[in-house]
Design a protein around this ligand. Sequence first.
Ligand code: DAH
Length: 345
Amino acid sequence: MDALTSIREETLKKLGGASNEAEIEQLRVQVLGRKGELTAILRSMGQLSPGERPAFGQKVNALREEIEGALTQKSAAIESAQKGARIKAETLDISAPGEALPAGAAHPLMSTMEKIVKTFVNMGFRVEEGPEIELDHFNFELLNIPKNHPARDAQDTLYFSENILLRTHTSPVQARTMLGQKPPIRIICPGRVYRADELDLTHSPAFIQCEGLVVDEGITMADLKGTLAVFAREVFGESVQVRFRPSFFPFTEPSAEVDVSCPACGGSGENCRVCKGTGWVEVLGSGMVNPRVLELCGIDSTKYTGFAFGIGVERAAMLKYNVPDMRLFYENDSRFLAQFSKGRL
Ligand code: DAH
């Protein structure tokens, strides 16, 4: 067997066994490369007689072309086999059942707040917002809460500095609104507020309030009562009763705390943990805007009167959904939350 035949057979045999691009490349270098077997033979042609050279040269070139063709073919075959394997592995089985994604739902605090806001918006109120980091001036001063008032105690209020604090209620939005707008004013301000309280069954250092304010000519306590009665029925149900109890807030005069008949026991009070047997639960503070607050906020108190209220949203949600512990709202345990998503979580 001559050298060319043996190179041919050896190369084709090795090529037959090659299984990847690297092996093919190695073979190419070994046979056709600058220092390859076939190249060496071509170089040795000088030893032949001039008459033999052309025929031999042709044979070498023919073999070179054959081997090149075989290498290219093999390489294409490997690539197509790899592609085929990958496509097979990536096949999408459209008949396989889909993975069900658990659907979320509005958090009970948010849905309670939305219900409250919607109720007032339907009565013509506009939504206002204010900063959570507030100045003493808006949180206390303009609301007729004097320097020595216990509400300013560091026990209750989280201070950044003497004049900057985390708002303790949404009432500063009242002051900001009155300073920036002329009556008639009819606003609702939902938002987070902060107090230096420990987290327990009924307290949290961060909670949500919803403030309301109406200022116009001829506004009376009757407007306050009618508006809040609509709120109570919309949020707690048609059959709920509303009770106004005299109270005190520096920014309202007169002031009233508003109770609703206990949604848990229907107002009977019998063995009821929620209302502690009284049949009533407090849901908000309210009153006629203190004329001094109107004046401090640039509104003529001889011409205008107003009413205001502040609803505790956690308290409202606890009553609405019969939740015994406020902490459940913040823990985000899906077993708790799923109860508000109609079983979809
Ligand atoms: N700001 C009061 C609080 O946080 C709630 C409140 C009471 C708001 C009476 C009012 C109001 O606007 O008129 O306890």
